[in-house]
Design a protein. Structure first.
Length: 84
């Protein structure tokens, strides 16, 4: 995979990766709030409880795929850059 920050210096790359980690966290929190709100709305309006429960059950997997894996990769790249 091509490094999207290949033209930057090491310090700038570290800043970009740390900023990307913060952005991932903020997006994950916002998406979680929206998913929880939709699930509660499905329960209140008695539309479909199975879909509501499915959304809640899939929330940890979406966090794992959307936040933890990219953050782990960014942290790995930050450590490599700090060693140089």
């Amino acid at each position: 995979m091509k490094d999207k920050y290949s033209r930057l210096s090491s310090k700038e790359k570290i800043k970009k990766y740390k900023k990307e980690n913060k952005t991932l966290l903020i997006c994950g929190i916002i998406c979680s709030i929206i998913i929880i709100f939709i699930s509660i709305l499905f329960f209140i309006l008695e539309l479909d409880k199975v879909i509501s429960i499915g959304f809640i059950m899939l929330l940890p997997f979406s966090w794992w795929i959307g936040y933890y894996i990219p953050k782990k990769e960014n942290d790995k790249k930050i450590k490599e850059l700090e060693k140089k």
